[in-house]
Design a binder for this molecule. Structure first.
Ligand code: ADP
Ligand code: ADP
Length: 237
């Protein structure tokens, strides 16, 4: 199988500080990879390289290759808006825009003026269903997204991302700010999404990795120290 995304020998410097020290890892489609490791080891830094969320940090220097479907993510002609639609990100704190659920989910589609109202409605329903939040919001699509619970807001954010039909979903500790029940709902949502997407999730929770990830990659002090099939990791000899 050809990887959808390959990162090779990635080094990243914040000024003098080397935060990533030669990270190489490839991702197959329809898989969940968990990135795990102690606070400060470089997990978020690495994840943010994948859709160039780090770009605006002053004095940052990134070397190595990031091949996404045959093209280099850091090529000079990369369109960042397109890239971030193809490789979308969900953050630790749910961050819906302070508009209605409907406006949140259609946000990334608003420039696509060829979509008719009925088609937009269908995309909204489909994205909210995929994010397992449809039943909870279908009668309140015009309510402010910020009026929902944290777990619901996070699933609305996932729906917003899915509406633009990305290839890869990056999640940076998406359940750390949520209660246990909401966390399990997000985990179940990710497992259901796996058949259509490539998912990369930063977590500090080894149990979470064991529940959802096909592969677990361990980072320590800017190095990727080990990558294992999660099933093997948790099997006693
Ligand atoms: P993790 O996600 O594993 O907790 P981070 O990627 O956030 O780790 O951080 C890795 C290292 O890079 C840490 O030492 C952190 O302090 C440093 N770092 C993160 N962001 C910046 C930044 N914008 N400027 C300088 N150093 C940073
Ligand atoms: P444009 O206005 O050119 O479409 P934006 O930068 O507004 O570009 O948005 C690009 C994509 O990034 C959109 O799909 C949007 O939903 C998403 N996006 C923008 N800001 C955020 C954010 N704070 N959190 C999550 N997604 C965002």
């Amino acid at each position: 199988m050809t990887a959808i995304l390959t990162t090779n020998n990635v080094h990243l410097y914040y000024g003098e500080k080397e935060a990533l020290k030669g990270v190489s890892l490839a991702y197959d489609d329809n898989s969940i990879t968990a990135l795990i490791g102690p606070s400060g080891c470089g997990k978020s830094t690495y994840l943010r390289c994948l859709n160039r969320m780090n770009d605006l940090i002053p004095n940052i220097r990134i070397t190595g290759s990031f091949n996404f479907q045959g093209t280099e993510i850091y090529a000079p002609d990369t369109n960042l808006v397109t890239l971030r639609r193809q490789i979308g990100m969900v953050f630790q704190q749910p961050n819906p825009f302070p508009f209605s659920v409907y406006e949140n989910v259609t946000y990334g589609l608003r420039l696509n003026t060829s979509l008719k109202k009925a088609e937009l409605d269908e995309r909204v329903e489909q994205a909210l269903r995929q994010a397992a939040i449809w039943d909870e919001v279908k009668d309140d699509l015009h309510k402010n997204a910020m009026s929902f619970s944290g777990g619901q807001q996070q699933r609305i954010c996932i729906a917003r991302l899915l509406a633009v039909q990305p290839d890869i979903i990056l999640l940076d500790e998406p359940t750390s700010a949520l209660d246990p029940i909401s966390s399990v709902q997000i985990e179940e949502t990710l497992l259901a999404l796996k058949s259509d997407y490539t998912i990369i999730i930063v977590t500090h929770n080894l149990q979470q990795a064991s529940r959802i990830a096909d592969r677990t990659a361990f980072m320590l002090d800017g190095h990727l120290i080990e990558v294992d099939l999660t099933s093997q990791l948790f099997t006693q000899p």
